[in-house]
Write a protein that binds this ligand. Structure first.
Ligand code: SF4
Length: 331
């Protein structure tokens, strides 16, 4: 039987998708692509990546950007701290490293928002450093290959994944191996219905031998996420200006504007209140159940910001409210 790493790498080199961020192995581009790809589908992040690199092609240009522009560019991509961290990271690199991207795993790890997985991914892809990039996708693939019977986030399961990945990357071409593992997890050994019939490393896979791939990885039962209910108001004054709030007391999406909720409004100053609809917005750790109302007021009141339709378009607005706005305009 051919060696696992050789087989996987050959498959990747012959079959990998041509993605814009794979055209280069330059540190800044790989950093941006890795951060954007976290928790996000490749098809979703690609247009963002291309717009971002067009606008801020260098660390220096990103460091010089305004935070509002960075957040606006990220609008709709979710997990907004990623944008802030990229921006802060660029500023740090300009201040401390003359705008140069660091050249080792240990140094890359010092950039804000970069954890061990991302640092290892960048160091192995850009510098061929032999550090294994292990995230949920890689853990899933290894758990099936090795039939890991303990819960996947447990120390014992992660120790097995670590050991295997270290062994493999030691005998690999790191930039090929890291991307090959990612590609295998994204295209073949997917969370549901892994395509074992077309898997390039099938003969190495213990789970495939007894057709138990979907039993792995072993996971904890999911805790139920809490639901929060809000009444949210689209308020227009007599000049056609719309009220938005810059406050985020829930810690979600700081820096983004949103339509005000009942607790931020003097309801007595509203007129023509009309219920529009209720919508659910599902986050990883909570659900917002929002009922939207349209209303008018004769007196624009503080501390809300009153903006024209054009200004509203240009502001970074939380995704849930931007989607709602789009939908009501289409409807
Ligand atoms: S054979 Fe199936 S379960 Fe095993 S690594 Fe390949 S796709 Fe995953």
């Amino acid at each position: 039987m051919e060696n696992f790493v050789t087989q996987l790498q050959r498959w990747y080199l012959e079959n990998c998708r041509e993605l814009p961020f794979r055209k280069t192995r330059e540190g800044y581009s790989v950093w941006v692509s890795e951060i954007m790809a976290q928790q996000t589908r490749i098809e979703t992040m690609l247009p963002y990546y291309e717009r971002w690199m067009d606008r801020w092609p260098t660390i220096q240009s990103l460091a010089d950007a305004q935070e509002g522009d960075v957040l606006k560019m990220w609008e709709g991509l979710g997990y907004y701290n990623r944008a802030r961290n990229l921006h802060n990271g660029a500023k740090m690199l300009v201040q401390e490293e003359n705008g140069e991207f660091p050249t080792s795993y240990a140094q890359i790890l010092k950039i804000p928002g970069i954890g061990p997985y991302t640092a290892a991914a960048i160091a192995s892809i850009v510098y061929d450093e032999k550090v294994a990039a292990i995230d949920g996708n890689v853990s899933r693939v290894v758990s099936r290959l090795m039939k890991i019977e303990s819960e996947i986030s447990s120390a014992s399961a992660q120790a097995i994944v670590d050991d295997k990945m270290k062994d493999w990357i030691d005998g690999s071409i790191p930039h090929v191996f890291t991307q090959a593992m990612m590609e295998l997890g994204a295209l073949v050994c997917t969370p549901k219905s892994p395509d074992c019939d077309h898997c390039p490393v099938r003969e190495h896979c213990l789970a495939d031998r007894d057709k138990t791939a979907e039993r792995y990885p072993i996971k904890k039962a999911k805790a139920k996420v809490p639901t929060e209910k809000y009444d949210c108001f689209i308020i227009m004054d007599n000049d056609g200006k719309i009220a938005v709030s810059g406050e985020s007391d829930d810690g979600l999406m700081a820096g983004y504007y949103r339509f005000p909720v009942a607790s931020q409004i003097d309801l007595a100053s509203l007129k023509d209140i009309e219920r529009i609809e209720s919508q659910k917005h599902v986050f990883s750790h909570k659900v917002w159940e929002t009922t939207y109302y349209r209303a008018k007021t004769d007196v624009p009141f503080a501390p809300l910001l009153w903006v024209s339709e054009e200004e509203l378009e240009a502001l970074p607005l939380i995704t849930a409210h931007r989607k709602f706005l789009k939908k009501t305009r289409q409807g």
